[in-house]
Design a protein around this ligand. Structure first.
Ligand code: HEM
Length: 473
């Protein structure tokens, strides 16, 4: 009995400490979430974290406490402080260790600045805008865009599942950039297509959160043993894992590839493979899902005028350089704003001594983050009618600085997306190929849900199918 009293007193003290004594007690948010992490965990395990945090921001404003040691922000000041200040922002949290592959770290999974910078400097030149715009890269991506649209239009007037084809396109493009000529051919080769299916249809939410919380509670070596002997390890997409590992040992790749740079650095095969596997995953479904949501939106009756304006610009400027098409640019940017492939929080840890973020004092080690979904919607002075797909908003000069500041689809600062220029090129070339010659509409038999389904770090359409009809212009 006495033990029960002690337990109850202990719990009461912890709650009192978290809600009253802690400096985070002053931050708005639901008391229950401030008292226990279980509330946030519930939303993580049920795939509702992003939406729940967004609703809290709508209720409490741009700073919200979402767990005893975690705060979410939604303002440009916070983006600047968390992701851009002090070089590349605050350090990442242990969450990112889950992205080690083959038991070796990759740039994305590095926590601290030193190892991150060292890895990044090996191949960052392969992702600069000027490098991506070189003929070798552009023509490789253009070939794949043509291949994808040719398959989409084999049966003009009949429904085609673009979810599958756009993911194939994303995978073939990124593996071309990584290790041409040894990349995948999932568009052309049905046998190769299984590689795309293994990744694009994998459900990683619950397994990844389980692993994350296990490694928070017990040492990672114990977790490894547990997985080895007691529980099933989250499934890895076997085919692509093996292909990437085998490719990491090959030197017969084109000189324009990322692999050719990694080989120069004399890294162990596991490190090269880990880096390439991460780029393969990060570069394939983000672009595939982003394009899928965007083409679906363009194909709805409510977007008919937008599709026409796009077709008009493409028809008027058939040989314009891809970056000289402002309406196309606005369509892509608005697509990434409304349907960010990575809409969720990007967690960081407050450095020693604590910091002031958006006028609030946040103690050291607190987990802090911003999420694209909310930054792209909360401030209606910057994004009026935030849920509407309106490419025109990006063409107005008034307020453009504020819109760009809050645009967070690729993250921000030194740890923002390295593949951004490649992704934009892929999206623009594919859309130009499609809408220069065709119009699209949603097939009448399309019943799959296009609702956002959050996975661990990316979002995809719930139904994992998107049936569109292409018609010749
Ligand atoms: C529309 C497509 C894409 C979107 C929306 C996107 C989004 C993002 C975001 C939000 C981050 C920051 C993550 C964080 O801070 O936790 C990121 C990082 C990253 N992205 Fe992308 N990405 C896209 C395409 C690509 C492509 C094509 C690649 C190809 C290599 C790529 C590779 C990476 C890598 C390696 C990082 C880690 C950067 C670092 O740690 O320094 N992404 N991406």
């Amino acid at each position: 009995m006495l033990a029960l009293y002690f337990l109850a007193a202990g719990i009461l003290y912890v709650v009192y400490e978290r809600l009253v004594l802690s400096p985070l007690g002053k931050i708005p948010g639901p008391s229950l979430a401030g008292a226990t992490r279980l509330v946030l965990m519930y939303h993580e395990f049920t795939g509702t974290r992003t939406q729940w945090i967004h609703e809290l921001h709508l209720r409490y404003g741009s700073v919200v406490r979402i767990a005893p040691d975690e705060v979410s922000f939604a303002s440009w000041n916070a983006v600047k402080e968390l992701y851009v200040s002090e070089g590349s922002g605050y350090e990442k949290t242990g969450f990112y260790k889950l992205f080690d592959n083959y038991s070796a770290m990759c740039m994305f999974s590095t926590i601290t600045k030193g190892p991150h910078g060292e890895r990044k400097k090996i191949f960052s030149d392969r992702y600069t805008k000027s490098y991506i715009m070189q003929p070798e890269t552009v023509s490789g991506i253009q070939d794949r865009a043509e291949e994808c649209i040719n398959i989409c239009t084999e049966n003009v007037g009949k429904a085609v599942d673009v979810y599958v084809l756009l993911h194939c396109y994303g995978l073939d493009c990124i593996t071309y950039h990584l290790f041409d000529p040894l990349g995948t051919h999932t568009l052309a080769d049905p046998a190769d297509r299984m590689k795309m299916k293994e990744i694009a249809y994998q459900d990683n939410l619950i397994d990844s959160y389980k692993e994350y919380y296990l490694t928070k509670m017990i040492p990672s070596e114990v977790v490894t043993l547990l997985y080895k002997y007691l529980v099933r390890r989250p499934a890895r997409p076997q085919r692509i894992t093996t292909q990437v590992m085998n490719t990491a040992r090959r030197s017969d790749v084109a000189s324009h590839t990322v692999l050719s740079k990694l080989l120069e650095a004399n890294l162990p095969a596991e490190s090269i493979a880990s880096e390439m596997f991460d780029h393969t995953i990060a570069g394939h479904d983000t672009t595939g899902d982003g394009l899928c949501f965007l083409m679906h939106e363009l194909s709805l009756p409510r977007s008919a005028a937008i599709q026409e304006s796009l077709q008009h610009e493409l028809a008027e400027n058939p040989s314009a350089p891809i970056d000289d098409l402002p309406y196309l640019d606005a369509v892509v940017k608005e697509g990434l704003r409304c349907f960010s492939p990575s809409p969720m929080s990007l967690p960081r840890r407050v450095p020693k001594g604590g910091r002031r973020v958006s006028d609030a004092y946040i103690p050291e080690n607190t987990i802090v983050s911003c999420q694209a979904y909310t930054l792209h919607r909360l401030d209606e002075r910057v994004f009026p009618n935030p849920d509407a797909f309106m490419p025109e908003r990006w063409l107005e000069s008034e307020g453009i600085m504020e819109r760009n500041q809050l645009f967070f689809a690729f993250g921000a600062g030194g740890r923002g997306c390295i593949g951004k220029h490649l992704a934009l090129l892929e999206m623009k070339l594919l859309l130009r190929e499609a809408y220069s010659s065709y119009r699209t509409r949603v097939a009448p038999e399309m019943s799959a849900s296009m609702e956002r389904d959050d996975q661990f770090i990316v979002s995809r359409p719930k139904g994992q199918q998107c049936l569109l009809i292409f018609e010749k212009l």
